[in-house]
Structure formats: structure tokens, C-alpha cells
Design a binder for this molecule. Structure first.
Ligand SMILES: Cc1cc2nc3c(=O)[nH]c(=O)nc-3n(C[C@H](O)[C@H](O)[C@H](O)COP(=O)(O)OP(=O)(O)OC[C@H]3O[C@@H](n4cnc5c(N)ncnc54)[C@H](O)[C@@H]3O)c2cc1C
Length: 441
């Protein structure tokens, strides 16, 4: 008898589960694949059609399959696209790659039937041995994968909140409305100075925006650039048999960074060499260590680990040099909305009261990770019914390391950030997808 698997979310997490089921399954399976935005295989990150939005991982590490590391690079060659394994390819091309791999693979396995449904799932309830999935109509499945990805960022904290209703405020930096609106305006303020801020700046620059761009964030950190001709790598220093406390690991990494600098080795490679061990290290930390990390080191880690393509950083640096872009270190505490824009008040180390004005405000503070604060019908329903619960860190949802929430109910990707820490990039998601597909088939 055929079994039905419901996958909720059409982004890269959902897509990689589907691809791995297609590869691994040899029994009759029906996949009900839901995506509210009809963004199958692309999701939020790869739906962009701006070719200035580049991957921040080299092509050589972006294959969709763990066991075929050159799959993406070979696809680029077959398509006669001018990129090598060391390049940072536009994300729009990566979206085409995932979609084209899906279209190819679905022809190759006749035992798996896939129904793509561009519908928002509003509820998932347990109904005996099955799950009832409520979208435009009701569906039934024996297994469910929650691949709903990242949420919009929380609104910035502010004494006044009416700015949230202003048409000049964009909670979603990737909305197609941002550019349409911002290009004719005198000034743009971006709250946040990470990779999303860089995407916005690159789009504004590409579309010849001439106004003032300001980015503000509490630490004022900019992402680091990947180095084109990196120094020789430092050697791996993590003992695979050992667990470390946060303090032990912190001292060890600092020591290795100093050693690398003294010996003219790449400091980036010190950070990168942690990557294969990150989930194990995180799982070995106490809850207190994890909380300390989130409180004190999260931003520093983000800057060191999530680097931008050097071409992207070059544009940002040019704009900083010409002062069209200004980076402010400060914490926004009030946003007053008026007809032609916003009055912003922020504090920094020098002064408690600083003001600035802007015509457009874009929120690039990063996705909301606390499920209890998310106002999405499916999430509210799942929490209320105790089908999912927020993890102890309020950074994702409670699940096992392989994404199991309850019998036959799984999750993958960003919702596992609290459990695994690094769980949002393709190199981590593809491994989870391979293992999850094994459980499902
Ligand atoms: C801008 C950006 C750039 C990135 N660049 C890179 C990179 O260069 N390299 C890298 O390795 N990683 C990168 N990442 C990280 C990573 O690839 C993404 O986080 C990844 O796309 C996560 O995929 P996802 O499917 O879990 O989530 P999403 O892409 O957010 O997709 C989730 C999908 O689920 C759907 N959905 C949600 N709720 C429902 C519902 N109730 N019913 C139906 N559908 C629903 C949404 O419509 C959405 O399409 C980037 C991320 C972002 C945001």
C-alpha cells in the first residue's frame, strides 16, 4: 500500500528531503508538498532574481547531495555557465539548479508520486495513526515534515509602535515592494548590518539609487569577506573524542587564532575547521553554556563564520568610502512615524540620545527564532495543541538531533537551530535531509 508523506515548506529544506526520497525510495510513496508562496525548490533565499545576490558559500560546497560533492559544479559546467568550483554563484542560479535537479529526478523514480500544492497549511492534527493537514481543503498523511524555514524578523523595539503600519516600513527586506518604493526616496535606514543588509545595499546600488543609506546595529559589525587567495590553512585542532565546555573551546579557539596570525596562516581556516564538529560541540554544551554563547558570542561568531563574497564586500566598502553608505553603532529605542518618513532615536556608548531621520526603514535584524512570538496561524495552532514546543533556549523547537518531534513528525533546517546551532546553511541541511529521508522511506 502506498504511504503519504506531507512536507510543509517548499524551500531548500523541503526540496532536499524530496530529492533524497526520490533517490532512496523503492516503495510506493505519495508526497504532498505544500508551499504557501509557490516557491518550490527556492524558498526565501533562492527566489531572488537579482544577480548581485551571491551565495556566501563557494560552489564546491553547495551540492544538494552529501554523497555527490561535485553535483552543483558539474551542473554549472553542463549548463555552460562561467563559474568554477571556487566561485560565489548568484543565488538565482542556485534556485534554478535545485529546481532543475528536482525536475530531472522526479522522472527517474516512478514509485514516488509528488503533488505540489501552493497552499498555506493552517493546522496539522493527529487523527488516529494519521495526520490531518488543513489547508484550502483537508488532506491525510502518515508522516509529516515541518520545513517552514525562517520567519520574518521581529519589529525593532520602539516606544512608539505606529511605524509598523507605515507603508515606508519594510519588515521583509526581500519584498519586491522594497525597491519599487525606496528608489525614489531621499534616504534609507537599514536596521541590522549583516548579510541581509548587504543584499539590500547591493540591490539599491544595482538600481542606481543615489540617496543616503544608513545601517545601524548595536555592535556595528560588518560581515567579513571571503579571501580570494587565502593564506595556507591552519590544521584542525579539535579532538573528536572530547567534549568541551564553552570556556575551554573559547580559549582554545583564541589560542589557535593567535598561533595562525603568528605563523601567517589563515585565521578564517581556524573558524572553518570547527564546522564539521559544530553540532557535536553544541550538543555537548550545558544549557548554561548555550545561553552564555547566545548572549555574549553569537554576534562575533556570526561575523567570523557567515562571511560574504568578496565582490559583494567590495561594493559595500566603496559605498562606505564615498559616504553614500554610513554604518552606525547604536541601539534604536524609538521610531516615530510621520508623513514623509521616520524620526529615529538611538543610544550608543558616546551618547544616550542621538537622532536621525529617514524616508524609508528596512528591517534586516534577522529572523525571529522564538516560536512563541510568531504570529502565524500554523505555528500558533501547533504550539497551542502541544504538537510542537519551543526549545529551552527559545531558539527553535524541541526535537531530537535527527529532527524527530514525535512519532512520524519531523522538522529540518532553521527550526533545529536551538538543538544543533548551525542548521540553516545548505551544507548542514543536505546532511539532515539525507538522514531524514532514510527515516521516512
Ligand atoms: C538571504 C539568504 C541567503 C542565504 N544564502 C545562503 C548561501 O549562500 N549558502 C547557504 O548555504 N545558505 C544560505 N542561506 C541559508 C539557507 O540556505 C536558508 O536558510 C535555507 O534556504 C532555509 O531553507 P528552508 O526551506 O528551511 O526555509 P525557507 O527558504 O524560508 O522556505 C520555507 C518555505 O516554507 C513555506 N511555508 C512556511 N510556512 C508554511 C505553511 N504554513 N504552509 C505552506 N508553506 C509554508 C514558505 O512559503 C517558504 O517558501 C541563506 C539564507 C537567506 C535567508
Amino acid at each position: 500500500m502506498s504511504k503519504t508523506i506531507a512536507i510543509i515548506g517548499g524551500g531548500v529544506s523541503g526540496a532536499l528531503v524530496v530529492l533524497n526520497i526520490l533517490k532512496q525510495s523503492n516503495r510506493a510513496t505519495h508526497i504532498l508538498w505544500f508551499d504557501a508562496k509557490n516557491a518550490f525548490c527556492k524558498g526565501l533565499a533562492y527566489s531572488t532574481d537579482e544577480n548581485v545576490h551571491l551565495l556566501n558559500v563557494r560552489a564546491s560546497n553547495m551540492s544538494v547531495f552529501v554523497d555527490e560533492p561535485m553535483h552543483f559544479v558539474n551542473w554549472l559546467t553542463q549548463q555552460e555557465l562561467p563559474f568554477s568550483s571556487q566561485d560565489f554563484v548568484p543565488r538565482t542560479i542556485y534556485g534554478h539548479y535545485v529546481l532543475s535537479t528536482f525536475n530531472e529526478l522526479k522522472k527517474s523514480n516512478a514509485t514516488v508520486k509528488i503533488t505540489c500544492l501552493a497552499e498555506e497549511v493552517m493546522a496539522v492534527t493527529k487523527n488516529g495513526d494519521e495526520f490531518l493537514i488543513s489547508a484550502k481543503q483537508d488532506y491525510q498523511a502518515q508522516q509529516v515534515v515541518l520545513a517552514f524555514g525562517n520567519f520574518l524578523p521581529a519589529h525593532p523595539r520602539s516606544i512608539h509602535s505606529d511605524f509598523q503600519q507605515s507603508s515606508r516600513y519594510f519588515q521583509n527586506a526581500f519584498s519586491s515592494q522594497v525597491l519599487k518604493y525606496a528608489l525614489n526616496q531621499a534616504s534609507v535606514l537599514i536596521i541590522g548590518s549583516g548579510l541581509t543588509m548587504i543584499d539590500v545595499v547591493l540591490s539599491l546600488k544595482k538600481h542606481h539609487y543615489t540617496g543616503k543609506i544608513t545601517a545601524i546595529s548595536p555592535h556595528g559589525y560588518l560581515p567579513q569577506a571571503h579571501i580570494e587567495n587565502p593564506l595556507p590553512s591552519a590544521i584542525s585542532f579539535i579532538n573528536e573524542q572530547q567534549t568541551y565546555t564553552l570556556l575551554q573551546l573559547f580559549s582554545l579557539v583564541n589560542q589557535q587564532l593567535k598561533l595562525a596570525m603568528a605563523n601567517q596562516l589563515s585565521t578564517h581556516s581556524v573558524i572553518d575547521s570547527l564546522r564539521p564538529h559544530l553540532q557535536r560541540l553544541w550538543l555537548g554544551f550545558s544549557l548554561e553554556d548555550k545561553q552564555q554563547f547566545l548572549r555574549h558570542l553569537r554576534h562575533k561568531w556570526g561575523v567570523a563564520r557567515h562571511r560574504a563574497a568578496s565582490k559583494s564586500m567590495q561594493v559595500v566598502n566603496e559605498l562606505l568610502y564615498t559616504k553614500q553608505l554610513e554604518l552606525i553603532r547604536g541601539r534604536v529605542y524609538d521610531i516615530k512615524s510621520h508623513e514623509s518618513g521616520f524620526d529615529i532615536q538611538y543610544a550608543n556608548r558616546q551618547q544616550a540620545f542621538n537622532h536621525l531621520k529617514t524616508s524609508v526603514l528596512i528591517n534586516c535584524t534577522g529572523p525571529e527564532s522564538n516560536f512563541e512570538k510568531v504570529e502565524i496561524p500554523l505555528i500558533k495552532h501547533l504550539l497551542k495543541g502541544n504538537i510542537i514546543c519551543a526549545d529551552g533556549l527559545k531558539y527553535g523547537i524541541e526535537a531530537t538531533e535527527n529532527g524527530q518531534i514525535a512519532p512520524n513528525l519531523y522538522t529540518i533546517g532553521p527550526p533545529l537551530k536551538g538543538v544543533l546551532w548551525e542548521s540553516t546553511a545548505v551544507p548542514e541541511i543536505r546532511l539532515q535531509a539525507q538522514q531524514l529521508a532514510l527515516l521516512l522511506v
